[in-house]
Ligand binder design. Sequence first.
Ligand code: C2E
Ligand code: MG
Ligand code: MG
Length: 554
Amino acid sequence: MVTFNVRSKNKSIKLLICFIVTLGFIIFSKYVENNKGMEFGFGEMKLPAVSFLGILQAMIGLMCIVMVCLDYKIGRVLAYIFTLGSIFFMFMGIIRSGEMSSLPGIYNSIITVVSVTIISGGLSKADKRAVTDFLTGLRNRRGFVALLENSIREKKHFHVIYFEIENFRTINDNLGHKYGDLALKTVADKLREVENEDNVYVSRVGGAEFAAVVFGAIDPESFAAKVIEKMGTSITNVDDDFDIRLTLSIYSGISTYPDDSTNSDDLLKYADIAVFNARHGHTKNRICFFNNEMKERFFRQIELERIVKESLTKNYFYLVYQPQYEIKEKRLRGFETLIRLRLPDGTMISPGEFIPVVEKTELINKIDSYVLRRALKEAKMMVETRNNEITISINVSAKNISSPGFVEEVTKALDESGFPPECLEIEITEYSFAEDREITIENVTRLRKLGIQIALDDFGTGYTSLSQVMHLPISLLKIDKSLIDDIENNQVNREFVDAIIYMGHLMNCEVISEGVESDEQLGLLKDHECDFIQGFVWGKPLEYDTAVELCEEK
Ligand code: C2E
Ligand code: MG
Ligand code: MG
């Protein structure tokens, strides 16, 4: 049986001191009892030693309660030994001598026993509550970590198996929290069943995340498969008046002690990373073992986060400007600002590497704010040179465009810089609408009212259908490079690009193709009546001074 009571060294020392002090009080009170004629002198005053017996009894009771408060399990045992022991001896004394003078001492000890029982019961309940998830009744993350730590101390070989409900958010959003809670309770019940069958330990470690620890002989993969199969069965209605069946989609990730790590937090994190890979990796497998490649990627991500944090404070970021052109006359439409990171030793880190990492953290807010402020400040002169007839595009992450304060932040940056709103374009991607669709649409609509243009970047790579895009308040569609790359040879892509341009125009949007590298691609896009292009064929991203010079050319 695995327990999860971790006793610190400090606590054990305090307990030992209390034990010794209590023992001292008991020995002293026995001594006083045996020498009833003894007196203590305070100057002129003489006090019979027996008058201290009551105080000593009270002190013993107090020490028992202190021991219980320090550690309700051990403290309770010690307190019971001391109090029940002294009740026994006092009782024997009464029988032997026939004297009832010890009776108050017996009452006192009984009161101590009752107090110790009440206090230790309360502490035991609070302890249990602290490691129990209130919704499902399973062990919570804290309890699970303590369990892992105990197993690590005992050097038992084990696997941590993470389970994540993939469609939990959809259930919560579409059917409400009642069904979300039901889904969680159903998973918990099914995990409890396997816990009883297989002698494994299960826990709810996060919102829609559960974990199990399996020891020794149990094969983790078949265990995970068994759980996933059990969850495949659906959950049914909450209200009796209508019947609803939901099927839970579960993914699982496995980490191993001691092969992957000897630290409980890392083992949980690695199992979580393995779940992520099961969900987003190329294999269709729902179960994924953590491996070295994931570990390297994980450490690189931590390293990148550290570098980005440092670079924000030490100013290692800067912006480059890639020109965009109107396709027919090669007239300059404007620039897309792209962030660059150059470390003091000259190493360049591409945004393609660090942006996806920081997008998962709050750091992306700082990056987006930095780009917004710096771009408006730097590009003001560029738009003035061109009589406010060019557009400056900035990329904004899904997290920011879908956050409630975003429009206010843009308005403030525009006011501070004096940059004309009609020359600003904000590039968002389809994922922004997945993040928080309602807020994103509201923000985009408000930005459009301020005169700011909105471009839908990387179009053609996500899952948004053309019919969905038609209802979004955007002004420019940016066809992704991956669709342009092979346009000369791939007829399907060619027709797809043609369809996007046609649809874009139908919805009163302009269309730009990005990543255009060859004259052949350029010719085809011109034939398909694409409005603008951005690509190496007419211009790579330029440093600020070169971009200013380009603006000055007529
Ligand atoms: P994106 O917004 O789609 O930017 C276009 C990317 O394609 C840029 O890469 C650009 O340099 C590259 N590109 C443009 N034309 C060509 C071409 O003809 N050939 C090739 N091979 N590449 C071309 P970059 O600068 O490395 O940026 C990559 C991605 O990083 C961007 O994709 C964007 O998603 C993100 N990013 C860049 N700057 C920022 C920023 O300031 N804020 C945020 N949130 N994301 C940014
Ligand atoms: Mg972009
Ligand atoms: Mg793009």
